[in-house]
Design a binder for this molecule. Structure first.
Ligand SMILES: [Zn+2]
Length: 477
């Protein structure tokens, strides 16, 4: 009897804790500062849609190029390791420092390599966003620079109570594959124009054999050991933080390059517990991305048949009315889900325009295909926010939701801000819904070891207990 009473008391106390926090959250719904304080402290689990290079802040890249005394073109702000001959526009950072101009140029680079001070008028926001990547690319290539960035992400995560990051790390190159006949490009384009699945599969099969014969697996294994060495030397897997990596392919290059890169990515993810998935990146509305989208989905389907254990999330439907023709808003998520067989969808913003959208939502829910919601990114790049964002549709059909950052460095944002926007804009999303999304970020992660997932979930529960206990202690009156 005593035990029953005790359990009942615990249940009441848990219920009242949840209600108290729930009520508090309701009372601060319209106050960004209060929401920021709340969500900064709340455990946020994992960030599953995270681009490594876009998550490092521009300050870090600038420190690096200044420290290396690279040269900058004072007209275009392009940075290189050495100046081209006979061109007076290039100057070393040390020289700018001597002349007192370094702070001004640092500020200009911050504005070029991120969205800092962007006024929303003078330049298209999607261009402002995507062009940052080629700018800071110079500061993001060697091992030493990768180390600095990874540690930055870890430190930031720990400070905002994030315990896991699954980052889209890099793309894999393999010079052995350079000799593959480029006539495959026109043959694949021909199959694409005819939407001929059988022809496409047969071409991919021929290509796959060549790619394997030329040593793709060896390249993937040596890449994996580099990542493992880096991961170990940085002591990433400690008691309070876990990181895993996705390989990515870029969708704006010729079909042969996409496929070579995709096979390497799948090979690598198939043989490393640290590399847990594959993704496809770069602007979806780019001319090549749009033209080859159908073909890319066939490539993913093909790779899945060869590597059935490899998971993949896909940027799909990062589009909206005005960005592309309306008919092109109707099929990308459908193809990513039904043809490519994606395990998670990144963005999925064009969902309301998709063909048979309700069926598609039902299919995603039934097959446990999570949607990665990136609120601030969608607001900045696509101008989609508030009730234009399809999050309500995903909620209505019970598609598993995870809340992510996308490119916190370029966007000068963090995971906390995503939760602030979520709570402020979608007032029917309760504290327990939010908590479920946080747990989803571990459940729908691609972490391969069950023991690590369980450990992270146990840790997350403990973090929530602490958060809720401290909340009660500080909000007693
Ligand atoms: Zn993204």
């Amino acid at each position: 009897m005593k035990k029953i009473l005790f359990l009942a008391l615990i249940a009441t106390s848990l219920r009242s804790t949840a209600q108290t926090i729930d009520q508090y959250l309701e009372s601060i719904r319209n106050n960004s500062a209060e929401l920021t304080a709340f969500f900064s402290q709340m455990p946020k689990g994992g960030d599953l849609h995270n681009h490594y290079s876009g998550s490092v802040y521009a300050e870090t890249y600038i420190d690096y190029v200044v420290g290396q005394d690279y040269v900058i073109n004072t007209n275009t702000l392009e940075v290189r390791t050495t100046a081209p001959a006979n061109d007076d526009n290039w100057v070393h950072f040390s020289k700018l420092n001597t002349s007192g101009q370094l702070p001004a140029y640092k500020e200009k680079l911050m504005q070029k390599w991120s969205v800092k001070d962007y006024n929303g008028i003078s330049y298209p926001s999607d261009k402002q966003f995507f062009e940052t990547f080629s700018g800071f690319g110079i500061a993001n290539n060697s091992q030493a620079r990768l180390d600095t960035g990874i540690l930055e992400l870890k430190r930031r995560a720990q400070k905002e109570n994030v315990s896991y990051i699954e980052t889209m790390f890099t793309t894999i190159h393999c010079s052995n594959l350079n000799s593959i006949d480029t006539s495959f490009n026109s043959r694949l384009e021909d199959a694409l124009n005819k939407r001929d699945e059988a022809l496409t599969t047969s071409l991919l099969e021929q290509l796959y054999l060549q790619i394997e014969q030329k040593g793709a697996k060896g390249c993937a294994i040596s890449f994996n050991s580099e990542v493992a060495d880096m991961h170990q030397s940085l002591h990433i897997d400690d008691s309070s933080f876990t990181m895993r990596y996705q390989n990515y392919v870029t969708r704006v290059v010729p079909p042969l390059e996409v496929f070579k890169s995709l096979v390497l990515s799948f090979e690598s993810a198939n043989t490393s517990p640290l590399i847990v998935g594959v993704n496809i990146v770069a602007p979806e509305d780019n001319e090549v991305s749009m033209r080859d989208y159908w073909l890319h989905m066939q490539m993913f389907r093909f790779c899945h048949s060869k590597f059935p254990n490899v998971k993949y999330a896909m940027h799909a439907g990062e589009l909206t009315l005005g960005l592309v023709k309306p008919e092109d808003l109707t099929w990308h998520i459908n193809e990513a889900v039904h043809t490519a067989g994606a395990n998670r969808i990144g963005h999925g913003v064009d969902m309301p325009y998709e063909h048979n959208c309700y069926d598609l939502l039902q299919y995603m829910a039934k097959n446990d295909i999570a949607i990665e919601i990136n609120l601030y990114s969608n607001e900045f790049i696509l101008k989609v926010q508030d009730d234009k964002h399809p999050i309500s549709l995903y909620r209505e059909f019970k598609v598993p939701i995870v809340i992510c950052t996308d490119d916190a460095g370029v966007l000068r944002s963090n995971l906390t801000q995503q939760y602030v926007l979520l709570a402020k804009r979608y007032k029917d999303i309760s504290y327990s819904d939010i908590k479920r999304y946080v747990f989803n970020s571990i459940d729908y992660s691609f972490i391969e070891e069950d023991s690590i997932k369980e450990k992270l979930k146990t840790d997350l529960k403990a973090r929530f207990r602490t958060f809720e206990k401290e909340f009660i202690a500080t909000h007693q009156n």
